[in-house]
Design a protein around this ligand. Structure first.
Ligand code: AMP
Ligand code: GLY
Length: 424
């Protein structure tokens, strides 16, 4: 079977790695891919938003299955275009990817179907938003409605800050058209957990839990990033939490989407906050998390292709999703200055240290393969160094040891990924 993966980050490298393990897969392509994915797949010079070119390639090369890793093409409707041409593709259609594409949509869905989430109001008029702010308690959370690379969320401690925030999102359009409308929601406190799931339109199978570290600096300080590291499982995601979420969040979300005439096939990522009043949904994503995929997929026992095909065929109920009884930690090696400004083009040395080391993975996020075979840094997040261990402590020690195997100029990482574990 020939598989095409669309995307270019650490998540897509982890997907490629899982796909490559399937005995049914003969050849993997990735568009556009990166320096590490190139070891497993033939990388194509086609961007993730070049739908026509991707479709033509899939038709001409008789690709059996295309897996969309990224949010932008999903929200843009890539799945509909592939399906119209009779191509088999894994991901939600445009009318279902809106679960991630519009925060206003997802909040309204949760309200309508009684799925626990923070109290909120939607706004398309900045003046109405400003008046509403006079009535709320602080801190308060402002969210640009659309996709904003995980950066369209502002937590404001005072009315002054919140007024400034409305200006940033709706008037200055710092997040572009994502800020044409906005959600203002109650500030919640608690532990955050990410739960990824496979969905076939009606059945949902959740994967093992994970936790991201979104801030750039140690101690959860600094700016929000795409994610500086993850661990899996989360010790805070107990059996009781899982039972509550299964009953009140996971299946109700899948049923709500079906009831709205937007059946969801693909991956739903539940961003949860474990509050004093129980688990609540912070956000939905319509794809694997990055870097959550880098700690979840290496622990999955199932053949990825079998699970994906079961989703496409509406037969997920026949799948028993299983994960190893261990733990994994991923430490992101970034370029100094990420997420604001950073340099690219430095040679990465020591990657061969991962060859043949069971339980260690070096997923490439922003790298590039040169014509003479060198791997250069090519992004803010450069590598995701992942290691397994019998428990989180061991996985964490292994991952941090492995971060020393690779070197490049301006290498930067957080030193407290998974530290919450020690406090548990
Ligand atoms: P989101 O993109 O919606 O997940 O938001 C990004 C981050 O902002 C989350 O991971 C949380 O840390 C924080 N956040 C979002 N919504 C809230 C909220 N209602 N209360 C507290 N923190 C929030
Ligand atoms: N790690 C968070 C995300 O993928 O959105």
């Amino acid at each position: 079977m020939k598989v095409l993966i669309v995307g270019s980050g650490g998540r897509e490298h982890a997907i490629a790695h899982a796909v490559a393990k399937s005995p049914r897969v003969e050849k993997i392509y990735c568009a556009p891919g990166n320096g590490g994915i190139a070891e497993l797949a033939e990388c194509l010079p086609i961007g993730a938003m070049e739908f026509d070119k991707l479709c033509s390639f899939a038709r001409e090369q008789q690709i059996d299955l295309t897996i969309i890793g990224m949010d932008d093409p999903l929200v843009g409707g890539i799945v509909d275009i592939f399906e119209e041409q009779g191509l088999r593709v894994f991901g939600p259609r445009k009318n279902a990817a809106i679960l991630e594409g519009s925060k206003a949509f997802s909040k309204d869905l949760m309200k309508k179907y009684n799925i626990p989430t923070a109290a909120y109001e939607n706004f398309t008029d900045p003046d109405a938003a400003l008046s509403y702010l006079k009535t709320v308690d602080f801190p308060i959370v402002l969210k640009a409605d659309g996709l904003a690379l995980g950066k369209g969320v502002l937590i404001c401690n005072t009315l002054e800050e919140a007024r400034e925030g409305v200006k940033t999102i709706m008037l200055d359009k710092q997040f572009g058209s994502a800020g044409n409308s906005m959600v203002i929601e109650e500030f919640m406190t608690g532990r955050e957990v990410s739960v990824l799931s496979f969905v076939d339109g009606k059945t949902i199978r959740t994967m093992t839990s994970a936790q991201d570290h979104k801030r750039a600096l140690d101690g959860d300080k600094g700016l929000n990033t795409g994610g500086m590291g993850t661990f899996s499982p989360s010790p805070f995601y107990t059996k009781e939490v899982d039972e509550f979420c299964k009953k009140h969040i996971y299946q109700p979300t899948v049923d709500a989407m079906a009831a709205e005439g937007r059946p969801f096939k693909g991956i739903i990522f539940f961003g949860l906050m474990l509050t004093e009043k129980g688990p609540k949904v912070l956000e939905y994503n319509a794809r694997f998390g990055d870097p959550e995929a880098q700690v979840v997929l290496p622990r999955m026992k199932n053949d990825m292709i079998e699970v994906v095909e079961a989703c496409l065929d509406g037969k997920l109920d026949a799948i028993d999703l299983q994960f190893e009884d261990n733990a994994a930690v991923c430490v992101v090696l970034a370029s100094q200055g990420y997420p604001v400004s950073y340099e690219k083009g430095y040679e990465i040395k020591g990657l061969e240290g991962f060859k043949g080391k069971d339980g260690y993975y070096c997923f490439h996020a922003g790298t590039r393969l040169t014509e003479d075979g060198k791997i250069l840094t090519n992004g803010g997040r450069v590598l995701g160094v992942t290691a397994k261990g019998s428990d989180l402590k061991e996985a964490r020690a292994n991952a941090y040891a492995a971060t020393g195997w690779v070197e490049f100029d301006n290498k930067y990482m957080r030193h407290d990924i998974g530290k919450a574990i020690d406090e548990a």
